[in-house]
Each structure stands twice: as structure tokens, then as C-alpha cells.
Design a protein around this ligand. Structure first.
Ligand code: SF4
Ligand code: SF4
Length: 132
């Protein structure tokens, strides 16, 4: 368990960097054919704990267009998915697993699924460690 907010933020950033290729092994198969893309403008907003996390890292929150419709596509989405590195996105963008992703984990190699599950637990512990 991280000892301070700065430790929690640093560990969370590192875990997101390290786990991103593993998460993308699933998303690159599923997301290009998705008919109900989850990346809506309202989901790309940094919440209080995301602000604490980036603040502890000394990083500015990415600017957002306040007049974009919340139900429309997130302004950070590009032709090949999110244009932000995972560690800069709101944490929700990483912990949210849609049903097709969960099914792919259940149906695919269990060693890989267990590894991802373990790293998700560690990330959630770090995120909890950022509580105000
Ligand atoms: S994560 Fe799931 S809901 Fe979101 S774009 Fe990919 S397949 Fe679609
Ligand atoms: S993953 Fe990126 S594009 Fe999708 S909602 Fe989050 S910030 Fe927006």
C-alpha cells in the first residue's frame, strides 16, 4: 500500500503505464468494431480524485471544452482511440470494463486475465489512497 498521496499517485501512474499494453491487447480487438462507443464527453472529465492524482504528479489537467454536449463523443478521441496516454486520462477510462471486454477476458487466456485483474486491484488501491 502506498504511504502518501504522492506515493499513491506515482505508483498509479507507473501501473497505468505498465498495464496499458495489456489492456490494449483486448481493446484493439474489440473497440474498432464497437457500435456503442463508451468514450462520451461526460466520461472524459477529470473528477476530484483525478485532479488530486495529477496535482500530486505536478501535471496540469488537460483543458476541456465546456460547451461540448456531454452525451457526444469525447473531445480526446481520435481516429485510433484516445489521444491521451492512459496515465493522463480520468481513472474511470481505465477501470471501466464493458460487457464485451469482460467476456473477452472470461473467454481468453486465464493467465492474462488474472494478471490484468491483479493489476486492476493494485491500481484501485492506489486510487483509493488518493482520497481527500
Ligand atoms: S471499451 Fe467496450 S464499449 Fe468502449 S469502445 Fe471498446 S468495445 Fe466499445
Ligand atoms: S479514454 Fe480518452 S477518449 Fe475515451 S472518454 Fe477517456 S479521455 Fe475521452
Amino acid at each position: 500500500m502506498p504511504g502518501s498521496r504522492i506515493d499513491a499517485a506515482g505508483m498509479l501512474q507507473q501501473l497505468m503505464i505498465e498495464s496499458s499494453p495489456l489492456i490494449e491487447e483486448y481493446t484493439r480487438e474489440l473497440c474498432p468494431g464497437c457500435t456503442d462507443v463508451c468514450c462520451k464527453q461526460k466520461h472524459g472529465i477529470h473528477r476530484e480524485r483525478d485532479v488530486i492524482y495529477l496535482g500530486a504528479l505536478g501535471i496540469d489537467i488537460p483543458l476541456r471544452d465546456p460547451i461540448r454536449p456531454p452525451e457526444g463523443p469525447c473531445e480526446a478521441i481520435g481516429e485510433r482511440g484516445c489521444t491521451h496516454p492512459r496515465w493522463l486520462r480520468p481513472f474511470k477510462c481505465t477501470w471501466y470494463f464493458c460487457d464485451p471486454l469482460l467476456e473477452a477476458m472470461n473467454d481468453g487466456p486465464q493467465k492474462k486475465a488474472r494478471l490484468l485483474s491483479r493489476v486492476m486491484t493494485e491500481m484501485i488501491e492506489c486510487y483509493d489512497g488518493l482520497k481527500g
